[in-house]
Every structure is written in C-alpha cells, then in structure tokens.
Design a protein around this ligand. Sequence first.
Ligand code: URA
Length: 255
Amino acid sequence: MSLRSFKQYIELLQLSGLSYLVTDFNKINIKVEKNKAEIEDDNYELSDHIVCSPNTDVITDEKFDELGLYKLKDKIQDCQKCGLAKSRLKLVYGEGPQTAKIMIISEGPGAEENITGRPFVGEAGKLLTNMLAAINLQRSEVYIANIVKCRPPKNRTPQQNEIDACMPYLQQQIRIIQPQVILLLGKTAIISMLKNTHPIDTVRDAQPFIYQNIPVWVTYHPAALLRDKSLKRKAWADLQKFRDFLIEKGIKEAL
Ligand code: URA
C-alpha cells in the first residue's frame, strides 16, 4: 500500500465514523520504517482522534470496500473541509450504480445540482444524457461524479484548495466502483485527474490515458458545447472513439 493510499484509507475510516484505530503496523503491507520517514516529510499527521497502537487487528481492505458508496455519501453530507460548504444547499455526491463499468467525471455542481443534490440535472445535464444516448449508453448504467461536490459560487472554476479537499472523496468512489473506463468532461476534470494542463485539443489527440490502471478518455464539458456549438463536431468524434473502445473491450455491446 502506498503512503497516498494509506492516507486515503485512514481518512475514509475517519469519515465512516471510526474514532479510534488500533493496528499492527507489521500487518500492513507497507515498509514501516520508510513510511514513518515519509509521513514526517509529508507533514502528515494522523488525526488527533485516531490512535495507532501495536499488536492488534488490522482493518482490512475488504472491510473498507464493504462500507460502500452510500454509507460514505451519508458521512460526508455535512463536509466542512473547504469554503464551498458555506454556500452549499446540497452536496452532490454522485449518482449511478456501484457496479458501473463506466464512470464519468466532471467539474462540479451548478445551480440546479446544488438544489437537487444530483449531478447533471440542468441544461448541461440534458445534453450529457443525449450525448450518452448517442453512443447507446443510458444514464442509469454509468456512474456520474464531479471533482468538487459542492457548487462554486457563480459557477466559477473550483480553486486548487477546494479540489484538494474534495479529491479524496472521488478517489474513494473510484476505488469502490472500480470502473473499467473513465470519461473526463472538460478542463478541470482533465487537469485534476491527469495533471495534464495542455489545451484540451492537444489532450484529446493523445488519448486514452491511464489513471491507476484505468483507461481514461476525455472530451469537452457539455456546458462548453452549449456555449460554443462549433465544438460539437469534435465532441462527437471523441464520443465515437470512446464508444469504439467500449465495444472493443467488451464493456458495451455493439448496437
Ligand atoms: N456541471 C458539472 O460539471 N457537473 C454537474 O454535475 C453539473 C454541471
């Protein structure tokens, strides 16, 4: 287990209500000596509420996965990790089956999503539903999530500190869902997931990418397509390539 996964794991345990963790570092699949140093380097502090002590049982990865998406959703409804909590009406956790093979990741909720607590229910959402239908996908068979789970005021781009605060939640979702493929919508999702800051046109030409062993495809954000109709042709080309990949990998049957 990498230090990063270990951090996420501890954070998840905390989120899921655990206030005390007794563990045996020797049973965790990491090199303890090295990680002690890394933890110091990284200024990582185990939460005040989590206490580690030797010689007792470890909570395993299987138990972590049993927590499931929906319990996690409940746990973070009142998240206060960044300033977006102040203007939040509803946190938009994500939507779709836990068993989805396809995960779609976009930027963050807009006004209607903030009210309903559901991703992509506004104008851009209607377009997304149509884009999916055009490649023979129903919304109900994909999992839709965002980089940030609360609406940035006036739909501004999320700030880095907000992205950093929210990213562990998305990483937990990905870990639980274990999608066979991810589709990123727009620049914020591309930069946050792939650390690729090139213009989207350049990024499109280089796809697919890999994120934690999962193939990743990219296209424009539906809101960008609503603003600039000339992008629709390029988005359609992306979607066709994405559809061909789904068929080639047996993720989706051909029509
Ligand atoms: N735009 C997004 O990026 N996500 C949503 O959920 C809705 C609009």
